[in-house]
Design a protein around this ligand. Structure first.
Ligand SMILES: Nc1nc2c(c(=O)[nH]1)N[C@H]1C(S)=C(S)[C@@H](COP(=O)(O)OP(=O)(O)OC[C@H]3O[C@@H](n4cnc5c(N)ncnc54)[C@H](O)[C@@H]3O)O[C@H]1N2
Ligand code: MOO
Length: 411
C-alpha cells in the first residue's frame, strides 16, 4: 500500500475529469434508452428531442368570449351585425358568415372560416339575434393563430431535458404519446463507520446518527436514479468487503462516504487501495480534500470524505456531474454571482465552497450569506438544511469582505 499521506494533489477540474473520463469509460448506463408513455415520464431524462406532432394551437381560435366578425364591418361604429351561429370550445361547427354577419364565440372555440377578428362581449350589447358593437378592434385581434406557439415538427424539449411537470404539460400539448428516455441507473449508497446509528435509533457515548448516506440517497432519488441503500458498512475490512460485494452487484455506480482519509480505520481507502487498485487523491478544495475512486468487480465506485459538509459538497462538485453524465442530463444552471452578505476567511490554495442563504438587498442585488457563522466547517451538518446555494471562493483568495462579488452555484 502507498503512503496515504503522500497523495497526488489535483485541482477540482482535474479530479472531475478523471471521474468523468476514466472512471465512467464504458459505463453501460451511458447508452441505454427506453420508450415510456407520457404518464410514466415524470422525472426521466429525454434521450431524444421531442417534436410537436402538429401545430400548437392546432387551429385558429378565439382568445375571448365574444363575437367572431369581419374587420371590415368595424369601419364605422356603432355597428349592428346579424348573429348567424354560436361556437363553444370543443365545437367542430364552422358556421358560414359574411359581411354584416357574426358568430357568437367562446374562448378556445375554432374561429369560423369566414371571420378574421374577435370582439369581446364587453364592448357589445351582448345580443343573441343581432349585436351592436361599440368599440373597434384591430384586424386579427383576439385571434390565436394556428401554430403561433409552435409549428408541427419543431422541437418542444431537447435531449438532456428532465421531464418536470411543466415539461410534461408542454409535451402533452404538443401531441407526444411516448418519449424516449435514458435508463435510470442503479446507484448504491453506503456509509462507513462503526460510530454510525441509523436515524431514529438511540445513541451511546461515541455514536452519532448516520446522515451522509441518508442525504446522498435522498438527493439521488430526487435526481431520478434508482437508489439502493443507504446501508452502513462496518470498519472491519472483511465485513466491509462482503457488504460492498453485495451492494455493487448489478449496480451502475456505488457512492461511499467516510473512511477515505489517513486514519488507521479508514476502511474505504484501505480496501479499495489493496483490492481494487483504488486511486486516492487530495483535491484543492475545502471541504472535500480527500477523495477516491475505484472499480469494484467492474462497477465504478466513488468514495467521498466522511465529514458531512465534505460529503455534501463533494456530491455537488463531483457526484452530481457524474450522475448527470450517467443520465444524459444537461446541467441546469441558476444565477452565478451574488454579493457577500458578510465577510469570511478562505484557505489559500484551496477552492472553498460555503453553504449560503440567498436574499436580495434594497437595490435588488442577490446577496449570499453563510448559513453558519463557521462557514464551510465540514462538521456543521445542519448548516445544509437552510442553504440555497454554495458560494465558491477561488483558490487564490483568502478573505471575502462584505459586498465582494462571489461566485455561486445553486443547490
Ligand atoms: N491526519 C489527518 N486527519 C484527517 C485529514 C488529514 O488530511 N490528515 N483530513 C481530514 C479531512 S479534511 C476530512 S474531510 C476527513 C475525512 O475523513 P474520512 O473520510 O476518513 O471520514 P471519517 O473519518 O470516516 O469521518 C469523518 C467525520 O465524519 C463523521 N461521519 C462519517 N460518516 C458519517 C455519516 N455517514 N453520517 C454522519 N457523520 C459521519 C465521522 O463520525 C467523523 O466525525 O478526515 C480528516 N482527518
Ligand atoms: O476536506 Mo475536509 O473535507 O475539509 O473536511
Amino acid at each position: 500500500m502507498s503512503d496515504p499521506t503522500q497523495r497526488v494533489l489535483l485541482t477540482v477540474e482535474e479530479y472531475l475529469d478523471e471521474l468523468l473520463t476514466t472512471l465512467l469509460a464504458g459505463a453501460a448506463a451511458l447508452d441505454d434508452v427506453e420508450d415510456v408513455p407520457l404518464a410514466q415520464a415524470l422525472g426521466r431524462v429525454l434521450a431524444l428531442p421531442v417534436h410537436a406532432a402538429g401545430d400548437v394551437p392546432a387551429f385558429a381560435n378565439s382568445a375571448m368570449d365574444g363575437y367572431a366578425v369581419l374587420h371590415d364591418d368595424l369601419a364605422s361604429l356603432p355597428a349592428t351585425l346579424r348573429v348567424v351561429g354560436a361556437v363553444p370550445a370543443g365545437s367542430s361547427e364552422d358556421p358560414a358568415m359574411g359581411l354584416g354577419e357574426c358568430v357568437r364565440i367562446m374562448t378556445g372555440a375554432p374561429l369560423p372560416s369566414g371571420a378574421d377578428t374577435v370582439v369581446p362581449v364587453e364592448v357589445t350589447d351582448g345580443g343573441t339575434s343581432t349585436v351592436t358593437i361599440t368599440e373597434a378592434r384591430t384586424l386579427g385581434q383576439h385571434v390565436r393563430g394556428a401554430g403561433e406557439d409552435v409549428r408541427a415538427g419543431a422541437v418542444v424539449a431537447d435531449a438532456g431535458v428532465t421531464v418536470t411537470g411543466r415539461v410534461l404539460g408542454s409535451l402533452a400539448a404538443a401531441g407526444a404519446a411516448t418519449v424516449t428516455v435514458r435508463r435510470r441507473p442503479v446507484v448504491a449508497v453506503a456509509a462507513t463507520g462503526d460510530e454510525l446509528v441509523s436515524p431514529g435509533g438511540s445513541l451511546v457515548r461515541g455514536q452519532i446518527f448516520e446522515s451522509n448516506g441518508t442525504h446522498l440517497a435522498a438527493t439521488l432519488t430526487e435526481l431520478g436514479v434508482q437508489v439502493r441503500g443507504p446501508v452502513v458498512l462496518p470498519d472491519d475490512t472483511t465485513g466491509f468487503t462482503s457488504g460492498l460485494d453485495e451492494l455493487a452487484d448489478g449496480a451502475d455506480l456505488v457512492l461511499l462516504t467516510g473512511g477515505v482519509s489517513v486514519g488507521d480505520f479508514d476502511v474505504s481507502r484501505i480496501v479499495l487501495e489493496e483490492s481494487a487498485d483504488g486511486v486516492f487523491r487530495h483535491v484543492r478544495m475545502q471541504p472535500g480534500k480527500p477523495q477516491g475512486w475505484a472499480r469494484w468487480h467492474g462497477v465504478p465506485v466513488i468514495a467521498f470524505p466522511g465529514n458531512p459538509v465534505s460529503t455534501a459538497i463533494s456530491f455537488e462538485v463531483f457526484g452530481r456531474p457524474v450522475i448527470d453524465r450517467l443520465l444524459g442530463r444537461a446541467p441546469v444552471t441558476g444565477p452565478t454571482v451574488a454579493v457577500a452578505g458578510t465577510g469570511w476567511r478562505s484557505p489559500a490554495g484551496r477552492r472553498q465552497l460555503v453553504p449560503v442563504r440567498l436574499s436580495s438587498d434594497e437595490t435588488g442585488r442577490l446577496v449570499a450569506t453563510p448559513t453558519h457563522r463557521r462557514g464551510s466547517a465540514s462538521h456543521m451538518v445542519t448548516s445544509l438544511a437552510g442553504a440555497h446555494a454554495l458560494a465558491v471562493v477561488a483558490e487564490e483568495i483568502d478573505s471575502v469582505e462584505p459586498g465582494d462579488i462571489v461566485q455561486i452555484r445553486s443547490l
